[in-house]
Design a protein around this ligand. Structure first.
Ligand code: ZN
Length: 387
C-alpha cells in the first residue's frame, strides 16, 4: 500500500512529499482511502469536518475500537509520517480476518484531515474541530499562502464550511483510539525494540517574536547610527539554544520573516517563530520568559502535556511486547491521538522504530521488517481491545 501511495504529492526534484490538506494530492489520497475501505467491505463515513472513517461493524450499536492516523504531510516531508498509521490500520484489519477473529465490538479505521497544519498553520485541524477545541469560526477564516480562506478551499472541494464544528455523533462512536506512528526520534533504536508504546506528549508551544529596528541603507549608514533588529534576533537564536540546554528541553527558531528582506538594507523588522517543547511545562515557560525580556512576543499556540491513559498503555505494552513489555516512551511531537486523549477519549499510540530518528524530511525511514512488526502489534492490540 505504501508503494501505491509513493508517487502522490512527491516533489520530483527533492523526493520530499507536499500533501497539503485539500490539495489535489490530498484529494487523491482521500479517494484511495475510500477505495481501500470499499475493497474490504467497510462502511465509509465522511464526517462534518472532513475526517474519514471506515467501519467494520456498526458503531451506532456500540462505540468501536478505532485505529488510524493522517495522510497529509508537512511540506517536503517523508513517506511514513501519517500514511504508515493508515496503511498499518488496513493491514492489521486484514490480519485479524486472516486469523478468523470475530470482533465483539466494531473496529474503525480513521483518517484525520490536515494533521500537519502545513496549509493553514493549525496542526490537528480535523481532530481539533471534531472535539470542539478549535472554534469553527476561527478555522474557516484561516488563510493559506495563496490568500484563500479555509472556507474558500472547502467550497471548491464541494463541501459546506458551515458544517464544521464539534461533532458529538461521530465522537460517540469512538470507544478507544490507537494510533500507530513512525517514531520521530531514536528512542526505540536505543532500546533495541521494533515497536514501543507512547507514555506522553510533551507540552509544546509556538511564539512569534517581533524585533523592531530601523530600515536603512547597508552601505551609507554608519555602524553607530544603526538600529539593526537582525542583531537582536541573532542573539535570541543563540540564547534559545543555550537556555534549552540549561533547562533540558528543545527550542527552535525555524521560521523567520525579514522586512524589507533586501541584501543591501539594514532590516526594519524581523519576525521569528520559536517552537519550544519539553517534559515539564515550567521549563518551557521559563525559557520563553527569559527570551521574552524586552521583546514583543505573542503566543500563537500552546498545547498542555498529554499523559496517555496509564492502564490502557500498560495493557498494550504487555500485549505488543512479545517476551517482555514493549518500551514505553514520551514524544515531543503532537498527534491526533493527543487531541482525542485531551478530549477524554481513551487513547494510546504505538511507535515503529525509525533507524535514524529523522522525520519531517524526505529521508524519514522505517525498515519493511519493522513496519510488518508494527502491523502485527497493531493487530494484537485491536484483538485485545475488540474481543
Ligand atoms: Zn504524523
Amino acid at each position: 500500500m505504501l508503494d501505491e501511495l509513493a508517487h502522490i504529492g512527491r516533489d520530483p526534484a527533492t523526493h520530499g512529499y507536499v500533501r497539503d490538506a485539500w490539495s489535489p494530492a490530498d484529494l487523491e489520497l482521500r479517494e484511495w482511502f475510500g477505495q481501500e475501505a470499499a475493497r474490504r467491505g467497510l462502511d465509509l463515513h465522511d464526517d462534518r469536518n472532513g475526517n474519514l472513517w471506515a467501519w467494520w461493524g456498526d458503531p451506532d450499536r456500540e462505540p468501536g475500537v478505532v485505529t488510524g492516523s493522517h495522510l497529509d504531510s508537512v511540506r517536503q516531508g517523508g513517506a511514513f509520517d501519517g500514511p504508515l498509521g493508515i496503511v498499518s490500520a488496513f493491514a492489521a484489519l486484514d490480519r485479524l480476518r486472516e486469523r478468523g477473529f470475530a470482533p465483539a465490538r466494531p473496529i474503525g479505521v480513521a483518517c484525520f484531515t490536515d494533521e500537519e497544519g502545513a496549509r493553514f498553520g493549525v496542526p490537528c485541524m480535523g481532530s481539533r474541530l471534531l472535539t470542539g477545541v478549535l472554534d469553527p469560526g476561527r478555522a474557516i477564516g484561516l488563510r493559506d499562502d495563496a490568500g484563500d480562506t479555509l472556507a474558500d478551499v472547502l467550497r471548491r472541494a464541494g463541501r459546506k464550511p458551515s458544517a464544521l464544528g464539534r461533532d458529538d455523533e461521530t465522537l460517540s462512536r469512538v470507544g478507544v483510539f490507537v494510533e500507530l506512528h513512525v517514531e520521530q526520534g531514536r528512542g526505540l533504536v536505543e532500546t533495541g525494540a521494533p515497536v514501543g508504546v507512547a507514555s506522553a506528549i510533551w507540552p509544546h508551544g509556538r511564539w512569534r517574536f517581533d524585533f523592531h529596528g530601523e530600515a536603512n541603507h547597508a552601505g551609507t549608514t554608519r555602524l553607530e547610527d544603526r538600529d539593526d533588529p537582525m542583531l537582536a534576533y541573532a542573539r535570541a537564536v543563540l540564547e534559545a539554544r543555550e537556555a534549552a540546554g540549561r533547562h533540558g528541553i528543545v527550542a527552535t527558531f525555524g521560521k523567520v520573516r525579514v522586512s524589507p528582506n533586501n541584501a543591501n538594507a539594514v532590516p526594519g523588522l524581523v519576525s521569528a517563530w520559536l517552537d519550544a517543547r519539553g517534559a515539564a511545562e515550567k521549563d518551557v515557560r521559563a525559557l520563553v520568559e527569559e527570551l521574552s525580556r524586552g521583546q514583543r512576543v505573542s503566543e500563537e499556540s500552546w498545547t498542555p502535556v498529554v499523559d496517555f491513559d496509564v492502564p490502557l498503555r500498560d495493557r498494550l505494552a504487555a500485549v505488543v511486547g512479545g517476551e517482555g513489555p514493549a518500551p514505553v516512551l514520551p514524544t515531543g511531537a503532537g498527534h491526533d491521538a493527543g487531541i482525542l486523549a485531551s478530549a477524554g477519549v481513551a487513547a494510546a499510540m504505538l511507535f515503529v522504530r525509525n533507524p535514524t530518528g529523522v522525520s519531517h524530511s524526505p529521508s524519514e525511514h522505517a525498515e519493511p521488517d519493522d513496519c510488518a512488526k508494527g502491523v502485527e502489534a497493531l493487530a494484537d492490540a485491536l484483538e485485545e481491545l475488540a474481543r
